[in-house]
Design a protein around this ligand. Structure first.
Ligand SMILES: *Cc1c(COP(=O)(O)O)cnc(C)c1O
Length: 399
């Protein structure tokens, strides 16, 4: 009978892991802190003289590995050493970045048709802090230049392309060009695309953010975000410090889920894009449909631009039913396979009717001003057999 330490002590003790051979998959490091060999090592790591993990909020091997992969994907094929930081959500990516770059008195130049949460963040959180946002038509480059030229308080240009819900694109290269000319920073929300579909860094963006909750995770089972930047020092100093001290870090479990999703990103995005194009063509021909917004259709106003800056046209589209709100609601009720859910980028097809769902509490005039008409339906086209998606939409139309 061996007597070493007491029962309770053994219970509390962390045993060395019984690692024999290298795991084939990235381990999930569920630990809030990391041990030092001795006090000297601890001091060296704290001072940054030796690489090492300290505390989960500052970094974690699972989180850092996935962040590094996202940085490499966003800069793939480019001569840039992009740095990436995983954070707790897409909103957290935007707020962490803005808190790092801006001070009271600074302004953000952006567009009307942003993700709803982003518009609210700018209005309800940044505005009271003295950081104002100006919404302009970012497709009007002359206007953009004249606004920037006149207002030195504008420190960043923030945009989404294609935008929500009309899938209108903005010219990344032209916008970042104006930003650089006047020494302002440019930020692209690339959530709708992923780096498989579009790489804003290629066209000069300083920062790219994502809600990884959407296509990068791809399976609808985690909420997280990422900030990717081309300026290594800014990422490692200012932005890392904000993340660390504002506590907007990503947890290892969500990072691990993103890693899982990333393995199939290329084939998922290819299939999302193929299916979306087929669905867009089907809708285009349908007598109950008034308009279809998909940049892959040759008559979409942004088609040529999208063709230049996107590798495929992605999985998001929207369309306008004839017959307004009532037609929209009846259509939704007729669907059997497609799911009504307020997210996007999952493997299955998701439908959103902004007028009755996400924007039900927004004044009709405000909705209409942002192109959210009563009969508008947004689809995140999944990777199912496209015949089944189309058959389900047909069922909705028959209602
Ligand atoms: C969902 C989304 C966000 C916000 O991301 P969360 O992970 O929900 O915080 C930001 N931008 C776009 C384009 C989105 O679709």
């Amino acid at each position: 009978m061996k007597h070493d330490i007491g029962f309770a002590s053994l219970c509390a003790q962390e045993l060395q892991d019984n690692k024999t051979t290298k795991p084939h998959q990235l381990p999930l490091y569920a630990t809030s802190s990391f041990e030092f060999e001795n006090i000297e090592q601890g001091m060296r790591i704290f001072r940054g003289q030796e690489k090492g993990h300290i505390y989960g909020r500052f970094g974690n091997p699972t989180v850092d590995t996935v962040a590094a992969k996202l940085g490499r994907l966003e800069a793939h094929g480019l001569d840039i050493d992009a740095q990436a930081l995983l954070v707790s959500s897409g909103m957290s990516a935007i707020s962490t970045l803005m808190l790092s770059l801006l001070q009271p008195g600074d302004k953000i130049l952006t567009q009307g048709g942003l993700y709803g949460g982003t518009t609210e963040l700018f209005r309800k959180v940044f505005d009271p802090l003295g950081i104002k946002s100006i919404a302009a038509d970012l497709t009007d480059l002359g206007e953009v230049e004249s606004i920037i030229k006149k207002d030195p308080a504008i420190k960043t240009i923030y945009f989404e392309t294609p935008s929500n819900p009309t899938l209108e694109c903005v010219d990344i290269e032209a916008l970042t060009g104006i930003a650089h000319q006047y020494e302002r920073l440019s930020i692209a929300d690339n959530t709708f695309c992923t780096p498989y579909v579009q790489q804003p860094l290629r066209f000069g963006a300083d920062f790219v953010i994502h809600s990884t909750t959407k296509y990068l995770n791809g399976h609808g089972n985690g909420v997280a975000g990422v900030i990717i930047g081309r300026n290594v020092e800014m990422m490692q100093e200012k932005i890392f410090t904000t993340m660390k001290l504002a506590g907007t870090n990503c947890n290892p479990w969500d990072a691990w889920l993103i890693n899982n999703g990333l393995k199939t990103l290329a084939i998922r995005m290819e299939r999302h894009s193929q299916n979306a194009l087929a669905v867009a063509r089907f809708l285009k021909e349908h007598p109950r449909v008034a308009t279809v917004n998909y940049p892959g259709l040759p008559d979409h106003p942004s088609h040529d631009l999208a063709d230049r800056q996107m590798n495929t046209f992605g999985g998001m589209l929207s369309f306008e039913l004839k017959g307004g709100l009532e037609a929209g609601i009846r259509f939704m009720d007729g669907l059997q396979m497609c799911t009504l859910a307020p997210t996007l980028g999952d493997v299955d097809t998701l439908i959103l009717h902004p007028a009755s769902m996400s924007h039900a509490n927004v004044d009709r005039e405000v909705r209409l001003a942002n192109s959210i008409t009563d009969g508008l339906v947004r689809i995140s086209v999944g990777i199912e057999n496209v015949e089944d998606i189309i058959a389900d939409l047909e069922r909705g139309m028959d209602k």
